[in-house]
Design a protein. Structure first.
Length: 123
């Protein structure tokens, strides 16, 4: 697991990990408030999904910056490119995107649960 973290780049993987912690913290805080009987406005519940979407965007940005750097090195002729090397580079560049998508899916499931529990309390 740590190998993927370092392969994906500590900067973007670290940022995505912090975003994951924020999503988990929001879900726990909002869920705890709802269990105490407090109704939350939709804007607060939607914050969980919005932070997850931000993780997806950061993951895509990490991939694009990685690909840009790789293509720049290829353009300058600093690297002799074989198909296997290019495929390996694409695979590594997708690590941040996959992590961002997983965080978004997790936040979407959390948003769905909070939203469902909120509407159930209103009924």
């Amino acid at each position: 697991m740590m190998d993927l973290f370092y392969m994906g780049g500590p900067l973007f993987m670290g940022i995505l990990s912090l975003i994951l912690l924020v999503v988990v913290g929001l879900m726990l805080a909002f869920g705890g408030s709802m269990l105490k009987g407090k109704l939350l406005p939709d804007a607060q519940i939607n914050l969980v999904k919005s932070v997850g979407l931000f993780a997806l965007i950061v993951g895509l940005l990490g991939q694009l910056i990685g690909l840009f750097s790789a293509f720049q090195a290829i353009e300058l002729g600093a690297v002799n490119v074989s198909p296997a090397l290019l495929a390996g580079g694409f695979k590594v560049s997708m690590i941040t995107t996959i992590y961002g998508v997983l965080i978004y899916v997790f936040s979407f499931i959390g948003w769905f649960g909070l939203n469902w529990y909120s509407t159930r309390k209103l009924a």
